[in-house]
Design a protein around this ligand. Structure first.
Ligand SMILES: Cc1ncc(COP(=O)(O)O)c(C=O)c1O
Length: 383
C-alpha cells in the first residue's frame, strides 16, 4: 500500500535520549546519569491523599479540564509567582507531554513555522512536525540565554506563527533573568506571534526570584503556559501536567484534549491538589538537595578542566566537549564503553546541542561522586 504510514509520523524519530538509554543497557557495569527523573519519593501526604481518593472511590472521569479544586489550587499557586490565570483558564493533562502536543495541535496548521530554541527538549520539534508544522531553530548565547539579535532576525526573516520559550531549561539548566524577561516582553509586545512557554521546572529554580513571560497581563492573549507536576513532586510516572491559556485558546485545546484522553487521572489530580496545599516544604527540601548536587558537580567538572556554565534551574548540567575533538555521540559512546559512565549526547537536543553532553544530577550524591571519579579517570587516560 502506498503511503501506509503518516508522512508526519515518518518524519520524526524516537527521542535520542531514549535511544542512548537503550544503549546503556548493553553495558551492565555502566553508571547512568542520563535520566530526567528526580530520585526522591513522592511526598507522603500526596501518597496518602491518593490512597484516600481510591478508598473513597474517586475513580470516575473528572471534568475534561480536571477537578475544580485542583485548578483553583494551581491558580493560587501561580499567583504566588505573579502569574494570573483563573481556574477556567487551566486544563490538567497527562503530563507536560500531553499538554505540549494538545497545544501544538490546537494552534498549528500545515506549514506554519514554529521557532524553537536549539538546544531544547526534543518533544517540541517532534510535536511540531507531527502536526505538520515547520521547525525553525534559534541559537542561544554561550550561556544558553536568549540571543535577542538572533531571535529578532529570525522572526523578521521567517515570520513564524509560534515562539517556544523554555526556562528553566532541559538540557542546559539556564533560567530566564529579570532583564531577559523584560527584553522578551518589550519586543513580543509588538509582534504578532503566539508564545508557548514551557515552565515545567519552575519549582526547581535556584535563584531567589522567578521570572516568566506569563507575568505580563497585556500580552496574556498571545501566551500559553505549559507546566506540570512530574518534576515538582517527583511523580514522573503518575503523569500529570497542565496548560494555562485565555479562553479562546482553551476552547480549542479542550477539544483536542477531550478526544485524545477525556481527562487526566482522577486519583493523581487529588494527589497534586494535596501536594499544592501541603507539600511545598518537601519541594523546597528537594530543591536544596539538588542545589548541593549542582554545586558538587560544577566543582568537579571545572576541576577536571571541562567548560561548563553554572545552571540556575532544573537538574541538568551541559558541559562543552568541543575541545576533545569528538562529536557528542562519539564522546558519549566512548565514555560509556571505556569509562563506564552514561550521559546523553548533546545532539539529542537538536543541532545546537552538538559539542555538549547532558549530565543529570537527579541521582544520589554517591552516584554523582562515583560518576565523576570515573569521568575524571577516563578523561586523563584518553586525552
Ligand atoms: C522541558 C520539559 N518539558 C516537558 C516535559 C514532559 O514532562 P512530563 O513527564 O510531565 O510529560 C519534560 C520531561 O522531561 C521536560 O524536560
Amino acid at each position: 500500500m502506498k503511503d501506509m504510514f503518516s508522512l508526519n509520523v515518518q518524519s520524526i524519530e524516537i527521542s535520542g535520549i531514549r535511544k542512548f538509554f537503550n544503549k546503556v543497557a548493553e553495558v551492565p557495569e555502566a553508571l547512568s546519569l542520563t535520566l530526567g527523573q528526580p530520585d526522591f519519593n513522592v511526598p507522603e501526604k500526596i501518597k496518602a491523599s491518593m490512597i484516600k481518593a481510591i478508598d473513597e472511590n474517586k475513580t470516575g472521569y473528572t471534568s475534561n479540564a480536571g477537578i475544580i479544586e485542583l485548578r483553583q489550587q494551581i491558580a493560587s499557586y501561580l499567583k504566588g509567582f505573579d502569574i494570573n490565570y483563573e481556574a477556567e483558564e487551566i486544563c490538567t493533562t497527562i503530563g507536560g507531554s500531553e499538554a505540549l502536543l494538545s497545544v501544538f495541535m490546537s494552534i498549528i496548521n500545515q506549514g506554519d513555522k514554529v521557532l524553537i530554541p536549539s538546544p531544547a527538549y526534543p518533544a517540541y520539534e517532534s510535536c511540531v512536525k507531527l502536526v505538520g508544522g515547520e521547525v525553525v531553530n534559534y541559537q542561544l548565547n554561550e550561556d544558553f540565554t536568549i540571543n535577542f539579535e538572533e531571535v529578532k532576525a529570525v522572526i523578521q526573516r521567517e515570520r513564524p506563527k509560534v515562539l517556544v520559550v523554555s526556562y528553566p531549561s532541559n538540557p542546559t539548566g539556564a533560567f530566564l533573568s529579570k532583564e531577559d524577561r523584560d527584553k522578551l516582553y518589550e519586543f513580543l509586545k509588538y509582534e504578532e506571534i503566539i508564545v508557548v512557554s514551557d515552565e515545567i521546572y519552575s519549582a526547581l529554580c535556584y535563584e531567589i526570584n522567578y521570572y516568566s513571560i506569563c507575568q505580563f497581563k497585556d500580552i496574556k492573549h498571545k501566551v500559553i503556559l505549559v507546566s506540570g507536576f512530574s518534576k515538582m513532586f517527583s511523580m514522573t510516572g503518575l503523569r500529570l501536567g497542565y496548560v494555562c491559556a485565555p479562553s479562546n485558546f482553551m476552547h480549542q485545546i479542550m477539544k483536542v484534549h477531550q478526544y485524545n484522553v477525556s481527562c487526566a487521572p482522577s486519583i493523581v489530580q487529588w494527589g497534586a491538589y494535596e501536594g499544592l496545599k501541603s507539600c511545598l516544604g518537601d519541594v523546597e527540601e528537594m530543591k536544596e538537595e539538588f542545589k548541593k548536587r549542582r554545586d558538587y558537580l560544577y566543582d568537579r567538572l571545572t576541576a577536571m578542566g571541562m567548560d561548563v556554565v553554572l545552571p540556575k534551574g532544573a537538574f541538568y548540567m551541559f558541559p562543552s566537549i568541543k575541545k576533545y575533538g569528538l562529536t557528542s555521540e562519539e564522546f558519549c559512546e566512548r565514555l560509556l564503553r571505556e569509562g563506564y559512565v552514561a550521559v546523553v549526547p548533546g545532539s539529542a537536543f537538536g543541532v545546537g546541542g552538538e559539542g555538549y553532553i547532558r549530565i543529570s544530577y537527579s541521582y544520589s550524591m554517591e552516584s554523582l561522586e562515583e560518576g565523576m571519579n570515573r569521568l575524571e579517570k577516563w578523561l586523563k587516560e584518553s586525552f
